[in-house]
Design a binder for this molecule. Structure first.
Ligand SMILES: *Cc1c(COP(=O)(O)O)cnc(C)c1O
Length: 474
């Protein structure tokens, strides 16, 4: 399978785009054609375990990695007791016609582990084959950094430099990163806010000479390896729900998904699963107060907001006002035409806006995408109601998903709400909603008690350069 840029030109194979998701012309890597799964193909996948299914689905995209190698990578990513649930992704009904898809059983208790654990294995494999090393540089306000560190810790050919804002993360988030004692993990707490961290990363990553000299790379949400690994759980969830459906009716049995969204990575994978032939009726996009994506799917106007206009909310992992993966959807919307896609992003640069209002009606009719916004009060009320009625405690992001999903539940169509994090990560909000704390388990307590391994640094580019130069793998 060849990969192309959304703005034109070819980029190589899966292993090539794994290290660099961004094309030189600013576009994003996408597969030249999407593989298709017919009803017979889906039935053939029914008996597989989660890692086996991951081999089959990711294998449709990673055609340059031999199947037996890929099977080793998925077995390592989703085995070895790293996920709390034996089935890796458990499915449970939670009332109101909704079913929870448990994507947060991994080491950092959030859905990013689903993709990042695979990416960690795949990166090491590709680097070994080409006898290279990679120094991952990133900035985090919480979840992405910890998922990346837990996926890359202890590996030989990868090190990770993760910038985080000093004093701006929860105790739980800090502990998840700073408790890691692995030598290849470098936590750098910068004096400033998340945007200061992000700007430092940008300055170094756009200095091509420095980037090349120190083998710098990223594992951010535009990474196609992550997108491909996320498609797996859409297929898995459909298979598990239809296990109970009569065989003759399975092929036509549709489900809908509700997806708490920020960078549009998770729901993009759902869009791909649907385009590949998985019977998905609707993809319900949930935004929090930073509802740039809800605005886009309602009006066709994409208007990213600045950092100053992005609010700090109680579902912090969705505090995104520029959805880095949206370009891949717009590419499909515009008939996979690279010239029209490039023109749209040119328009964005010129006017801070893309006007696709002429295509608005196609979002739902052709792509099944509907959207809505959930606020702090909604999230509190939703957590309370699901706890009282169904006995399940939702995390604030998942609560945003359930809140928005409510307006789109249809009789006979299961609404699958993606659980993007565990409530234990957001104890303060759970206390506000339910008046109770969630006691940490023994592993979590040990993590919270571990001595922090972190370097404090002023907001100083030169100091960061020196720090990386002295420690980067070469
Ligand atoms: C990253 C994240 C999201 C948003 O996912 P995108 O792929 O960026 O849309 C939602 N919830 C949680 C808990 C997350 O960590």
């Amino acid at each position: 399978m060849q990969y192309i840029s959304t703005r034109g030109g070819t980029l190589g194979q899966f292993s090539d785009v794994l290290l660099e998701g961004l094309a030189p012309n600013g576009g994003l890597a996408v597969p030249e054609t999407l593989p298709q799964l017919g009803a017979d193909d889906l039935e053939r996948l029914r008996s597989l375990s989660y890692p086996e299914l991951a081999t089959e689905i990711i294998g449709l995209f990673a055609t340059d990695i031999p199947r037996e190698d890929l099977a080793r990578l998925t077995a390592a990513a989703y085995g070895g007791g790293k996920f709390a649930a034996d089935e890796i992704v458990p499915i449970s009904e939670i009332g109101e016609g909704m079913t929870l898809v448990g994507l947060s059983e991994g080491p950092t208790l959030a859905f990013k582990d689903m993709a990042m654990q695979f990416l960690g294995e795949a990166l090491e494999y590709v680097l070994e084959k080409s006898d290279r090393v990679l120094n991952v540089l990133g900035a985090t306000s919480g979840d992405t950094g910890s998922a990346a560190e837990h996926a890359l810790r202890g590996r030989d050919r990868v090190s990770i430099f993760m910038l985080s804002p000093q004093g701006r993360m929860s105790a739980f988030q800090r502990a998840q990163m700073y408790s890691l004692q692995d030598e290849n993990v470098h936590n750098i707490a910068v004096e400033g806010v998340f945007d200061d961290c992000q700007n430092l990363v940008k300055r170094l990553a756009t200095d091509l000479e420095f980037k090349r000299a120190h083998n710098l790379g990223a594992v951010n949400s535009i990474n196609f390896g992550r997108i491909s690994a996320q498609i797996v759980y859409y297929v898995w969830a459909w298979l598990r729900v239809t296990d109970a459906v009569a065989e003759s009716e399975r092929a036509a049995f549709e489900v809908s998904f509700a997806v708490p969204s920020g960078n549009f990575g998770n729901i993009l994978s759902g869009h791909y699963a649907r385009s590949m032939g998985v019977p998905i009726r609707k993809l319900v996009l949930a935004s929090n107060e930073n509802n740039v994506l809800d605005e886009f799917f309602r009006s066709g106007h994409y208007r990213p907001r600045s950092a100053q206009d992005t609010r700090a909310t109680s579902s912090p992992s969705m505090d995104v006002s520029r959805a880095s993966n949206l370009e891949r959807f717009v590419f499909d919307l515009l008939g996979r035409d690279p010239e029209r896609t490039a023109a749209a992003w040119h328009e964005l640069e010129e006017r801070d806006e893309i006007d696709l209002s002429g295509e608005r009606d196609r979002f739902e009719s052709e792509f099944g995408i509907v959207s809505g916004t959930s606020t702090h009060d909604d999230r509190i009320a939703t957590i309370r109601e699901f706890s009282e009625n169904g006995g399940v405690i939702l995390d604030p992001h998942t609560a945003d998903g359930a809140k928005v999903a409510r307006a789109h539940v249809e009789p006979g169509i299961p609404m699958l709400v993606l659980e993007t994090a565990k409530p234990a990560k957001f104890a303060d909000l759970i206390i506000e909603a339910l008046g109770t704390t969630i006691d940490p388990d023994a592993d979590t307590q040990a993590m919270l008690d571990a001595p922090p391994r972190v370097t404090n640094m002023p907001h100083d580019e030169q100091q960061l350069r020196t720090y990386i130069s002295e420690r980067a793998l070469s």
